[in-house]
Write a protein that binds this ligand. Structure first.
Ligand code: NAD
Ligand code: UDP
Length: 335
């Protein structure tokens, strides 16, 4: 295990305070989750190897005496006395997870295994950040949880898709064999502040390109669809799924069912930023899913959860975040 850091100062009161490990807590979603859990009065230990995560996402949390972080790669085992674990550790952007596909697969499989063993040892509840990618290039639309998917096991996306599928299987088997209290969210494309400018995913790419007046790179003809969920909505879903009163040990889709083509998204970003950027077309990546939209019937029924932030509103907040990054000295946006 690497360097540990403990902060000092205030913490909100919570009579049901838990010690919660957030693996991948320095990343985009993980840092928002740390915010939420600390605000709810819990003690949070962020474990991250900082491969795609950033200290910039964590500085503001150091004022909590209930927050600490450890630099650690989850492919190696760890032992910490915790009562809840969120496993978000894994690069999520295609260029990042394809940069070192063997490490991505190890992170999904060995990382999940190590955290499941930790959960077994401490009888902790454990959450897995699974993904809509387990449906691959779906032949059923929208995608319900009982759809088995259409995944290529032998392509550039396979390290992530098959890694995440294997992780779900490990979670299922630790529940069946050791009675571990598991929760699995199948997350659909989520965006918001704290995405990296060089993340490579479509929302951050288009916003950064529009703000810099560069060409907007639409892959393929832009007719492929995605359903974009704002980060605050998603984090609410995570917390509901992990609640005491929820006992769903099967995967649950979390995402916004409003579906857009990639071209629609490009046009919305150009309109909201008022940019002069032009749309250009680049080759469609291999195995890029043609369509994607969550069926969230289960989340609505079992968690009383559905997203509330419309794409246009979420884009405005995200654009405002990137605009603030742009005027910072030494901003990564200028690199
Ligand atoms: P991100 O890349 O911003 O965050 C991932 C975090 O995990 C980073 O802080 C990274 O440094 C850390 N990490 C990666 N490998 C690690 C390892 N081996 N050991 C320790 N830490 C490691 O991505 P994100 O969008 O915040 O995604 C978080 C999780 O949610 C991922 O598991 C991802 O697969 C899942 N997910 C995200 C989305 C989305 O749209 N954002 C969709 C589906 C699933
Ligand atoms: N995409 C695009 N231009 C970009 C980045 C992505 O047109 O600069 C497309 C990509 O081909 C895919 C969609 O946007 O069809 C979503 O891509 P992203 O990498 O955000 O997520 P994923 O493919 O994993 O859903």
């Amino acid at each position: 295990m690497g360097i540990a850091f403990k902060s000092a100062s205030v913490a909100p009161k919570n009579t049901k305070r838990r010690t919660i490990l957030v693996a991948g807590g320095a990343g985009f979603l993980g840092s928002h989750l740390c915010d939420r859990l600390l605000q709810d009065g819990h003690e949070v230990i962020c474990v991250d190897d900082f491969s795609t995560g950033r200290m910039d996402n964590l500085w503001h949390l150091l004022r909590y005496d209930t927050f600490s972080f450890i630099r650690h790669d989850v492919i190696a085992s760890l032992d910490l006395p915790v009562s809840e674990i969120y496993n978000l550790a894994c690069p999520a952007s295609p260029p990042h997870y394809q940069a070192d596909p063997i490490h991505t697969m190890k992170t999904c499989v060995f990382g999940s295994l190590n955290l499941l063993e930790l959960a077994t040892h401490h009888q902790a509840r454990i959450f897995q950040a699974s993904t809509s990618e387990i449906y691959g290039d779906p032949l059923v639309h929208p995608q319900p949880e009982n759809y088995w998917g259409n995944v290529n096991s032998f392509g550039p996306r396979s390290c992530y898709d098959e890694g995440k599928r294997s992780a779900e299987t490990l979670f299922r088997d630790f529940h069946a064999q050791h009675g571990v209290d598991i929760r699995i969210a199948r997350i659909f494309n989520t965006y918001g502040p704290r995405m990296r400018p060089d993340d490579g995913r479509v929302v951050s790419n288009f916003i950064v390109q529009a703000l810099k007046g560069q060409d907007i790179t639409v892959y393929g003809d832009g007719s492929q669809t995605r359903s974009f969920c704002y980060v605050a909505d998603l984090i609410n879903g995570f917390v509901r799924l992990m609640a005491d009163q929820t006992a769903i040990h099967t995967p649950v889709n979390l995402g916004n069912p409003a579906e857009f083509t990639v071209r629609d998204l490009a046009e919305q970003v150009i309109a909201i930023t008022g940019s002069n950027s032009k749309i250009v077309h680049k080759p469609l990546p291999i195995d890029d899913p043609r369509q994607r939209r969550p069926d969230i019937t289960v989340a609505k029924r079992e968690l009383g959860w559905e997203p509330s932030v419309a794409l246009a509103d979420g884009l405005k907040s995200t654009i405002a975040y990137f605009e603030r990054q742009l005027v910072r000295p030494n901003s990564e946006l200028f690199e």
